[in-house]
Design a protein around this ligand. Structure first.
Ligand SMILES: Nc1ncnc2c1ncn2[C@@H]1O[C@H](COP(=O)(O)OP(=O)(O)OP(=O)(O)O)[C@@H](O)[C@H]1O
Ligand SMILES: [Mg+2]
Length: 267
């Protein structure tokens, strides 16, 4: 088991450019054993931040991509049949709680509420996880920490976290970084000239203003890095932007024209 947990250790520093005080806030929350919720749109750095913090704190990171078919057993664990009979296998949450990892439940709202409530006893001062089927009351390891991500605005009323879940967490807001910081990130991740990264960020800023006016979501930092990476491969800027920035987010011909026009303003 010791070897298993080692596989989850983040050995090389994941590049993360702090945007405000999120690094200090997370460190304080970790020290205070306060579970953390990262809120923000897709592609703005939440996952990268958790990877960076796991590295910084020197803790293994267990990530779970939540979905609506996920059952409590999928995260807590179950008995498996093998040649010698049945054998208990810890699910990712139990594994993290037992061995002192940071457990990151990505897109928690996708999980059904009866699945979400299993984290409740772990996220209050009890810090325990009852493994009912196994007849074990697991006390979380000293180093265990729970982080969830949450995309406000995506979910319908049906898909929201219960107040009793939300109120167990401290929350950090994530958003697209301010201009200069985003230029730095895009240039760093792709290797393109900061002057070109600057233009890409300006295009995204225009598109972000169209959110709610025909666009469901703005162009994310992730998409800018995609475009920049194509440019780094030698693809001309306009073609790179069409493929990585415009085509993925809209099928509407007028909106495509508007976004293409924004691209040609800069390139
Ligand atoms: N502050 C930052 N420092 C370094 N890289 C960043 C930062 N913000 C965003 N990035 C880059 O943007 C990419 C997308 O970010 P990430 O995968 O963390 O998004 P996310 O918020 O987890 O999105 P989703 O909600 O879709 O999972 C990262 O791979 C990274 O290259
Ligand atoms: Mg993510």
């Amino acid at each position: 088991m010791k070897d298993m947990i080692e596989q989850y250790r983040v050995t090389a520093e994941p590049y993360y450019r702090p945007v405000t005080n999120e690094v200090e806030m997370f460190e304080a929350a970790y020290a205070a054993k306060m579970p953390v919720m990262l809120k923000g749109p897709t592609g703005c750095g939440k996952t990268r931040f958790v990877e960076h913090m796991a590295w910084k704190l020197g803790k293994p990171l267990v990530t779970v991509a939540c979905n609506e078919d996920m059952t409590a057993s999928d995260i807590v664990g179950r008995f498996l049949l093998d040649a010698d009979g049945t054998r208990w296998q810890d699910g990712p949450l139990t594994f993290a709680a037992r061995h002192g990892a940071i457990c990151y439940l990505d897109e928690i709202v996708e999980a059904r509420q009866d699945t979400t409530v299993v984290i409740h006893p772990l996220t209050d001062n009890r810090r325990v996880l009852p493994l009912e089927k196994k007849g074990e009351l697991l006390r979380a390891h000293e180093d265990f920490h729970l982080v969830i991500s949450y995309n406000p605005g995506y979910q319908s009323l049906m898909k929201d976290l219960k107040q009793s879940t939300k109120q167990r967490f401290g929350a950090l807001d994530f958003n697209y970084p301010e201009h200069g910081v985003e230029v730095e990130i895009v240039a760093h991740e792709s290797g393109i000239d900061p002057k070109d990264a600057d233009k890409l960020v300006s295009i995204a800023e225009r598109a972000r203003n169209l959110k709610g006016h025909g666009l469901d979501e703005g162009i994310s930092t992730r998409m800018l890095i995609h475009a920049a990476s194509l440019m780094a491969q030698g693809i001309p800027a306009v073609a790179a932007c069409q493929m990585a920035l415009v085509r993925p987010i809209t099928d509407d011909p007028d909106m495509r024209d508007a976004l293409d026009a924004a691209v040609t303003t800069y390139f």
